[in-house]
Ligand binder design. Structure first.
Ligand SMILES: Nc1ncnc2c1ncn2[C@@H]1O[C@H](COP(=O)(O)OP(=O)(O)OP(=O)(O)O)[C@@H](O)[C@H]1O
Ligand SMILES: [Mg+2]
Length: 227
């Protein structure tokens, strides 16, 4: 299967992709990663960290569906880190053609909510995902979940933006999103995760919860083994 980590702009996407890969491996899944962001930070993380749990293939190409996807081992959980959808819509379009599950990282702030729902330039991501249906074998858009990141403990903002996303904005007229109940907290240990070993409890617990939730939702197979 293929999971894509998407975001409209810088939101913590690579952090979430990498720490999700560690958590999938901890749960006993065979994992492979693909770096489809030209900054190649996920590939560098795997090179530098020492304990990165899988291979990361460089895959920042608008021919992702034609060139990268057919070569994957589809029995593994393949995770692709996409760059900014705002700047690289061609790569994101190609990933959306073939992906099984989209995890959309979003920070619960007004500017980041606006960049998702009503960007000043470019096509809103909801529309990009919806129109991908035309090119998909199923004829339907991929299952898509919003993962709130950088959530301040005790703050009202995660709840506020989760409600706005679920309800289609203040007036209920905008696209509705499914928001995961797992939230990634704002933490220094997570802020500094990219490029370093996954050796802190705060780099593990929220992502183990994410794997558990995705499994309960039926999007991940039961792990083959548990460590
Ligand atoms: N849970 C978190 N708590 C605190 N800071 C975070 C968290 N997640 C990410 N960050 C910080 O947010 C910034 C962006 O993270 P990251 O590089 O993962 O995002 P990205 O969406 O991949 O960005 P890019 O646009 O460069 O691809 C980094 O400075 C990182 O330290
Ligand atoms: Mg990134």
């Amino acid at each position: 299967m293929l999971i894509a980590s998407l975001k409209p702009r810088t939101m913590g996407g690579t952090t979430n992709t990498g720490l999700l890969a560690y958590a999938l491996a901890r749960a006993g899944h065979p994992v492979t990663c693909y770096d489809a962001d030209e900054s190649l930070q996920l590939a560098a993380w795997a090179r530098d960290a020492g304990d990165f749990p899988c291979e990361v293939h460089v895959a920042d190409t608008p021919a992702f569906a034609e060139v990268v996807y057919p070569e994957m081992d589809h029995d593994r959980i393949n995770v692709v880190d996409a760059g900014h959808a705002e700047n690289h819509p061609d790569i994101v379009d190609s990933i959306l053609e073939v992906v099984d599950l989209v995890i959309l990282t979003l920070s619960p702030t007004q500017p980041d909510y606006d960049r998702l729902t009503r960007p000043e330039r470019g096509t809103p991501l909801a529309k990009v995902i919806k129109r991908s249906a035309a090119l998909r074998e199923s004829g339907k858009p991929p299952a898509t979940y919003v993962l709130l990141n950088r959530c301040q403990a005790g703050a009202a903002s995660p709840r506020k933006y989760a409600d706005l996303l679920r309800n289609g904005g203040e007036k209920g007229t905008e696209p509705r999103w499914t928001v995961l109940s797992t939230q990634i907290p704002r933490r220094e240990g997570i802020a500094s995760a990219v490029g370093f070993p996954c050796d802190k409890p705060e780099r593990k617990a929220p992502y183990d919860a994410l794997v558990t939730e995705l499994t309960k939702l039926g999007h991940l197979p039961e792990p083959r083994w548990r460590p």
